[in-house]
Design a binder for this molecule. Structure first.
Ligand SMILES: [Zn+2]
Length: 681
């Protein structure tokens, strides 16, 4: 895997900065903003995210003068611009003049003007006016010296249930299925006499309407995802006609259920995301989200577009980031593939719903604050770090399969339990690798699988066409696959596979899943391994029969005691494991520990608990990020006989490294010495 070039050769440094909304403030404050930004070493300001009315106060009137001044001032201050299109919140005049642009709620009732992302993504009027604004911005600013990236809209979200959407959905279904007979067949509409006899009878899955045809719900999610993505693409094309060489992105939201970010990432030049952890999130959770973002474009570094410098305002408890936490979380982003550290926002709004959201400059307007001091210190430190981390890749041998359509189908499915725990299960299978500092990518149903040695695919309920064959080829060629209960149950229309579960994976796994037992909270079974070790299990327990797979563990209790609970099937040069139940975390630690040993997949670095280590490999060097998430000092033993340059202090290190609580180190080692070391050993 080769290192990536800088995102924009005109800005070959870590993008430090954030959202800047000068349109909310009198001009007298702008110069003070710029002075303080320079003090913090802000290098990139995101401008214009919600400025539609400021730029177009009436349909026929455009007012770019203020933005001209802002961009010129930023350029003069040495700050680059990530220029946003304002389409996430349409002006009041637009909603008033064209009420059909307003979104309809899940019962089909038209919403009133207000909030944001309150437009119908299907609306030709919305699309025309949003694309027109994007084109005007690109035409005017494409050659501006400050411009380094385009930020289209903001935090896209579905869904609209209006009449325009219903009509467009019917057309979308016609293209997808060709005939009503085919739709009825794939949707299994003879159930409850739901057969459609005319296209006009098909409605969106209204909250007060049809909710019993899973394929309809699934298709409506696909359709809304596609409509919003079309909105993004229309603005992108409007920009590209004037600004073909500047990267275009939009800001994503972690594991956001309702949009298939794998499809979005294909259309973006770079992935960007907004990192807003809750108090429950552990460093592991944030690491997993960063790994998702890096994986969406197959390892390409991403932008951390937004994070709060202090608190949020929309969580149940908006806990302050403790001293040092902002710095540690910023380096964690870089450690997992970010090329930027950016904030929402520069200056806190005086009014509106986000007036208590954290900002670099708070309502006091002062710079002698704890938050400002931390932001400034981090900016100065990142400036000293320079460009050495840029373009670094994460060479992972382990892939964790994740699929949005599978998530949708699992959530919609009625039974065998209401709690499908897709993300929780993903997290449980991620944890043993994260704790060991083993690099891992998220992989998707369309990913190239051959570069991994171990693939973990929990709860693979909906199998996309061709995936089973690709997984079989992966195992045949020497790969190791681990999958679980609830896998291989339905096709892309949520139709159960004939011949039972796990459907097209049956021969690969060498098992047949006869029944599935759902255990309520508090009821458990036991997973007993052949060596006698025993682990609690529960939630869902698949009752399987081996059809050639070796049984490695069995249930210990209930009427299915003695039946297989963990199997391995050797196929070709590889092996495929099936885990029939949800085990306690200790089992996954044990199981993956053994498997990593067997496959000789080594950690980046061995560290004590609470200390994370990741690898980013640039064209010239290996960079090992070491992050102490604990409050107490921790000592890490370095590989014997090797010397590292620590980038934040300039020290030369060998033997061991002691990190204070919340401290970070970046250990650099030239690639050349790495290869000569290997050759010599
Ligand atoms: Zn609509």
């Amino acid at each position: 895997m080769e290192a990536f070039p800088p995102l924009n050769p005109r800005a070959p440094f870590i993008w430090y900065g954030g959202d800047y909304n000068p349109e909310q403030w009198p001009r007298a404050i702008w110069d003070e903003d710029l002075r303080l930004m320079q003090e913090c070493r802000f290098r990139v300001a995101t401008v214009g995210v919600f400025s539609w009315t400021a730029l177009q106060p009436a349909e026929e009137r455009f007012t770019f003068g203020w933005l001209d001044q802002v961009l010129d001032k930023l350029a003069a201050a040495g700050c680059r611009v990530c220029l946003a299109t304002p389409s996430a919140a349409q002006p009041a005049w637009l909603s008033q003049r064209y009420p059909e642009v307003l979104r309809a709620d899940p019962t089909g009732r038209r919403r009133h003007h207000g909030w944001r992302v309150n437009y119908c993504p299907t609306s030709p009027l919305y699309r025309r006016l949003a694309a027109q604004m994007a084109a005007k911005l690109a035409e005017r600013y494409h050659a501006h010296p400050a411009l380094v990236a385009w930020h289209v809209s903001n935090e896209y979200a579905p869904a609209c249930y209006c009449e325009q959407c219903a009509a467009a959905f019917r057309e979308w279904l016609r293209r997808r299925y060709g005939s009503l007979d085919e739709l009825n067949r794939r949707w299994w509409t003879r159930f409850w006499s739901h057969t459609y006899t005319d296209w006009s009878q098909i409605e969106p899955p209204y909250a007060n309407g049809e909710g019993s045809i899973h394929a309809l719900t699934l298709d409506y999610r696909r359709f809304q995802n596609e409509m919003l993505l079309e909105c993004f693409k229309l603005e992108r094309e409007a920009i590209r006609q004037f600004s073909p060489d500047v990267p275009i992105t939009t800001n994503l939201m972690r594991f956001y259920r309702d949009l298939d970010y794998r499809l979005w990432a294909r259309e973006m030049d770079v992935v960007a995301w907004d990192c807003y952890p809750s108090v429950e999130d552990e460093p592991l959770d944030i690491a997993l989200a960063h790994d998702l973002m890096r994986s969406l474009r197959d390892g390409q570094p991403f932008l951390l577009m937004e994070q709060s410098p202090s608190s949020q305002n929309w969580q149940p408890y908006n806990t302050l980031k403790r001293p040092g936490e902002l710095r540690l979380q910023s380096y964690q982003a870089l450690a997992h593939g970010a090329e930027s550290v950016m904030f929402f926002q520069w200056r806190r709004s005086r009014g509106g719903i986000e007036k208590l959201h954290g900002a670099v400059i708070e309502h006091s307007g002062r710079s002698d604050t704890r938050v400002f001091a931390e932001v400034r210190a981090l900016g100065q430190e990142l400036e000293r770090l320079g460009a050495r981390t840029l373009g670094g890749v994460t060479p992972a041998q382990v892939g964790l399969l994740f699929d949005w359509e599978n998530w949708w189908a699992l959530e919609d499915c009625s039974g065998p339990t209401r709690e499908k725990r897709y993300l929780e299960t993903l997290r449980a299978h991620y944890a043993p690798f994260w704790r060991r500092n083993v690099a891992l990518d998220l992989v998707f149903s369309d990913s190239e699988l051959g570069r991994y040695r171990l693939l973990v695919a929990p709860l693979l309920y909906l199998l996309k066409e061709g995936l089973a064959e690709r997984l079989a080829a992966f195992v045949q060629d020497g790969g190791t696959l681990v999958t679980t209960y609830l896998s291989g149950m339905v096709d892309e229309c949520d139709l159960a596979f004939e011949d039972g579960y796990p459907g097209p994976l049956r021969h690969l796994l060498g098992i047949w899943n006869e029944e599935i037992d759902a255990l309520p909270p508090g009821r458990t079974n036991r997973l007993v391994l052949n060596d006698g070790r025993s682990f609690a299990c529960g939630h869902l327990c698949a009752l399987i029969q081996s059809e050639g797979a070796e049984v490695l563990g069995r249930y210990g209790e209930d009427f299915y005691a003695g039946r297989p609970a963990l199997t391995r099937h050797r196929v070709g040069r590889g092996q495929a494991f099936y885990l029939a139940c949800e085990p306690e975390p200790a089992f996954l630690e044990h199981f993956y520990g053994e498997l990593l040993g067997e496959l000789e997949i080594a950690p980046v670095l061995e560290t004590p608990p609470g200390v994370e280590a990741t690898l980013r490999q640039t064209a010239r060097e290996r960079l090992v990020f070491v992050l102490n998430h604990g409050r107490a000092p921790a000592t890490v033993m370095l590989p014997p006989g090797r010397t590292f340059e620590e980038l934040l202090t300039g020290r030369s290190l060998s033997g061991s490294l002691t990190l204070a609580g919340q401290e970070v180190a970046i250990l650099a080692e030239p690639l050349a010495s790495e290869s000569s070391r290997r050759a010599g050993s």
